[in-house]
Structures are given as C-alpha cells and as structure tokens.
Design a protein around this ligand. Structure first.
Ligand SMILES: [Zn+2]
Length: 387
C-alpha cells in the first residue's frame, strides 16, 4: 500500500523539480509532478486490482472491464493522495508557508514546503489537515457506495472508502515524518516550548516505527511474501532516513539561528571569466585551488556558477572546444543570497535548490560565497568552542 510521507522540507535526497519527474498540472498555483518512481506503485496497484481483486470477487466479466474498472479505481486512489497533500499545502499557505510543488513518488505523496512552521499551532494545523481530508474522502466514497446497487462499481467505491481510512490511520502513527509524528511534535513543542526536544521525541518514535516496518518486511520476505515484504522494507528504510534527517535539520537550524551569511561567507572568492576555455579552467583553477566550484563573473557581476561535477559531465572533445559560459549554471535569484540573510535561510535555499554553494550579494555586487561545507565547518568549530 502506498503511504503519504507528510509535508517535508526538501532535503538533500530530493531532487529539483525537473529531474526525474514529470510535470502533470498546476492546481491553485501548486505544481503537481509525478516522479518516475511513481510508475512502479501505480502499476502495482493497477495490477493487483485488475489482475487480482476484481476478477476474484466479480468473476464472469471481460478483461477490458477488469482493466478499465481497475484503472478508474487506481486513478481515484492517487487522486485521493493528491487531495490529502493539497490539504496540507493549502493550510500551510494560509499560514504564510509557501508550497510550490507536490510530488507523487514511489512511497506516495509529498508536499515540498519552503520552510518549517515557526510555531507549534501552525505545525499542528498543517499536519492535521491531511488525515482529516482522507477521512472526509472516505465518508464521501462510503456514501456513494451506499447509493449504488451491489456489483463491481460499488466495490470500487468500497475500496476507495477503505483505502482512505487506511491512509489516514497509517499517517496518524505518531512518528516523524508521518503526519501523526508532526502532530506529536507540535503538541510536545507546545507543552515544553522546545522545538528540538519535540523533534527528538517524534523522530525517535518515527525511527522505531520505521525499524518495526523493516523487521516486519524482513520476516515477510523470509516467509515467502516477497513483494509485500520488500515494500515494507523499503518504506521503513525511507522513513528511517527522513526521521533521522529531520532531527538533524532542526538541531542545525538552532545552531545557525541568529548568525548572518556575511559572518560565515568566504571573502576574496576566486572567480572565473565566462570566456575561459574549459581545459584552462581545469588546469588553472580546479587543479590549482582545489575548490569544488567557482563563481563566474563578467564585468564585476556574477552571472553563474561552475562546479567540478559539471566539468566532470562534459565530454573530452567539449572540454577542448567550449568555454565556461557553455557549461555553467546561469545565475537566477536562487543561486545567490543576500549578505544580511541568516544562515538558516542560506541552508534552506541550498536544500531547496540542491546546490552546495550560494553567491553572497550586496545589492547586485558579489561580495563572497557561502558553501555547505563551510556551514558544516562553522557548526563544528562552534560545537568544539562551546564545550
Ligand atoms: Zn499527510
């Protein structure tokens, strides 16, 4: 069964919108994307309904009827997950937290929110919205079912009613990153005033639940239920990772709180001109300085960033003929940050766009660069000095 993994701030394991995902449509200004991994769960659900459930319970129909009925049920099931995620997103937006994208992927749905809630009540409202919408959907599907005469069509709505109840209950397990974990986190945060402690609780229970799924999955695999077991194993591993990451992110955010980008940035950044040939870039910059990336500056203004991994993707012939301009990532406001911004913002921007470095701007002039490695080192130094 597919799960929903709640609203999540985009972490390093999630890629930018366009890679590995297919843009489906925009609803209320929110882009709905389908990750390619989603196709696997879509086909599995479709297969189990059209090839198993319907033929078993309603024999005597043609294949076309089974596949069509299965397809309708499957599409409505994933539409239900979308409604669940949209509910999180719309409540978040009402609280001033922007959500630009909802992704359906192999483990269900995920609303990518731009930042975490800054107070427990907001967190609570956002978290509750999802399971609540699933329960409401279940009631609607149940009512439709009751209005229909017994048969395969009625069975579709019966299935949808129960799958939505299951979705709501699974998500109410009080372990982060599930909605129940977020609800618990909000309540503990509200009672104790400590976001870090609340997150530790929710994340520990989340990890415990994840391990339970992993163990259960392992037992199932060994007792012969391969696909179902593997499925639990994978969901468990995924949830464990997010639960761990969520706690670390909160700790990091607290440590970074109140520190400005200007205080941690690298000044005197070595920049490269856009018309530099790539082979010279390799020899005179990457090999010489040993950095992972350089800003590209033209007439004193930053116009892009070129990284070692970008250079690594360029073929040998292109390295001989092309220039930095052809291989760099052009700058948009995403790749830069204001010198007065806080380190929390810097970290959030980096995670959102999946970049390890940002140019630091004062007006439109580049005055430095801030890297994720630099942030981590800053945290380490601070930790050592504080002890
Ligand atoms: Zn949810």
């Amino acid at each position: 069964m597919a799960s929903d993994t709640g609203t999540q701030t985009v972490d390093r394991s999630t890629r930018r919108t366009t890679q590995g995902a297919f843009r489906l449509l925009d609803v209320f200004g929110i882009t709905i994307t389908l990750d390619y991994s989603w196709l696997i769960i879509f086909l599995l659900v479709l297969l189990s309904l059209s090839g198993g459930y319907f033929p078993f319970h309603f024999p005597g129909h043609t294949l076309t009827v089974y596949w069509l009925t299965g397809l309708i049920a499957t599409v409505l099931f994933f539409a239900s997950i979308l409604v669940h995620e949209l509910s999180h997103a719309l409540i978040a937006r009402r609280s001033g937290i922007d959500i630009k994208e909802i992704t359906l992927f192999i483990f269900g749905g995920m609303a990518k929110i731009s930042k975490n809630a800054s107070d427990p009540l907001t967190e609570l409202k956002i978290a509750v919205a999802g399971p609540l919408s699933s329960f409401v959907l279940a009631i609607i599907f149940w009512a439709v079912k009751n209005a229909l005469t017994p048969g395969m069509v009625q069975a579709v709505f019966d299935y949808l009613a129960w799958i939505n109840v299951a979705l709501a209950i699974f998500n109410l397990v009080p372990g982060y990153p599930l909605d129940g974990g977020r609800i618990l986190r909000a309540l503990v945060w509200w009672r104790t005033g400590s976001e870090a402690r609340a997150t530790k609780w929710a994340s520990d229970i989340g990890k415990g639940f994840a391990w339970a799924l992993i163990i259960l999955g392992g037992i199932q695999v060994f007792s012969g239920s391969l696909i179902g077991g593997l499925w639990l194993l994978l969901i468990g591993m995924f949830l464990r990772g997010v639960a761990e990451g969520g706690y670390q992110e909160v700790l990091m955010r607290q440590a970074l709180h109140g520190v400005k980008v200007r205080e941690v940035m690298v000044e005197n950044v070595v920049s490269v001109p856009p018309d530099l040939p790539l082979d010279e870039l390799a020899q005179k910059y990457f090999l010489k300085y040993g950095y992972g990336g350089f800003p590209v500056v033209e007439d004193g203004k930053p116009i892009g960033i070129i990284t070692l991994s970008q250079l690594g993707e360029v073929s040998d012939e292109r390295i001989k003929t092309e220039t930095v301009r052809q291989a760099m990532t052009s700058i948009d406001s995403d790749l830069s940050i204001d010198a007065q911004a806080s380190l929390v913002d810097a970290l959030q921007t980096m995670m959102q766009i999946g970049s390890g470095r940002l140019l630091v701007l004062e007006g439109d002039k580049m005055i430095g660069m801030i890297t994720k490695t630099g942030l981590v080192r800053f945290l380490e130094i601070r930790r050592v000095l504080e002890r």
